[in-house]
Design a protein around this ligand. Structure first.
Ligand SMILES: Nc1ncnc2c1ncn2[C@@H]1O[C@H](COP(=O)(O)OP(=O)(O)OP(=O)(O)O)[C@@H](O)[C@H]1O
Ligand SMILES: [Mg+2]
Length: 264
């Protein structure tokens, strides 16, 4: 049964989409069968994956309007182990309709039941809001991965996200876990990075992952070619950082499984 991980925080431009695309691709490189789902109406994951609108046959708007089965919305990618469901909400009318239908919190969860067994990991790229579609994503998720941009740390935003997680646990998903906090745009030896890391550690040390994602203009450059960085420059620091993140997540999950088995 695939593990569903939402990439989520209510702050724009912190590396959610970059993390979703590059983590999903890195898991696929490690031969973990992975499904990337973009639920952000802006559809940035599709751009980063090289999916122009002519290549998209269907996406989450069909899932949320019940017009196509989830299987029909799944697209193959350049990586054998990576599939993709794009966000194809390209008009204001559709966006409004989508916002209304996403008030039904279990649509995504119910759709995913059909395909969960086909994957090791399902990665969801969320928009920077804590309602509607994001509530759907977290209701359908086993865990949440939180990207925090160094130098623009606002602990309030992280605090608010944890309140939201507690609320989701109460209303729709008691099992929702925190996969971890990942520092993005990390600059070694920079004062702002040092301060961000120190502040986060004071309150959220137990959630901080070991991997950090460095600032790398190649991460941005690769999106212009519609490729995850590991298919554009695999030996770059950014690509290696996301491969490390994939390794850390695989390792954490396999060890947890092992511990559970040992307890039984
Ligand atoms: N580690 C990094 N180094 C340098 N640039 C980065 C890095 N991560 C992301 N970026 C760039 O920062 C910008 C914002 O990143 P991204 O789109 O992933 O953020 P987001 O959190 O998904 O934003 P939104 O909330 O608007 O969806 C993009 O131009 C991206 O290429
Ligand atoms: Mg995004």
């Amino acid at each position: 049964m695939g593990k569903v991980i939402s990439i989520c925080i209510s702050k724009g431009g912190v590396g959610k989409t970059t993390t979703a695309v590059n983590l999903a691709a890195s898991l696929a490189v490690a031969e973990k069968k992975t499904l990337l789902i973009d639920v952000d109406p802006f559809g940035s994951s599709a751009v980063a994956m090289g999916f122009t609108s002519d290549k998209i046959k269907a996406g989450i708007s069909e899932i949320f309007s019940f017009t196509k089965s989830i299987n029909y919305t799944i697209h193959k990618t350049d990586l054998e182990y990576l599939d993709f469901i794009p966000a194809n909400i390209n008009s204001i009318q559709l966006d409004e309709k989508f916002a209304r239908s996403s008030e039904n919190r279990v649509i995504l969860k119910n759709s995913l039941k059909e395909v969960k067994n086909n994957y090791d990991f399902i990665i969801i790229d969320c928009p920077p809001v804590l309602r509607g579609i994001t509530t759907n994503a977290l209701t359908a998720s086993d865990s949440i991965l939180i990207p925090v941009k160094c130098g623009h740390l606002s602990l309030d935003v992280v605090d608010r996200l944890f309140q939201y997680i507690f609320w989701i646990r109460e209303i729709s998903n008691p099992e929702l876990a925190v996969e971890g906090i990942i520092l993005t745009m990390y600059e070694k030896n920079s004062k702002v990075t040092e301060i961000s890391e120190r502040e986060l550690k004071l309150k959220y040390n137990q959630y901080l992952l070991e991997t950090n994602i460095p600032t790398s203009s190649l991460l941005n450059e690769a999106t212009f070619y519609g490729k995850p960085l590991c298919l554009y420059k695999i030996n770059s620091l950014g690509a290696i950082a996301y491969l490390n993140l994939a390794y850390e997540i695989i390792d954490n999950n396999e060890n947890k499984k092992l511990n559970l088995n040992q307890i039984k």
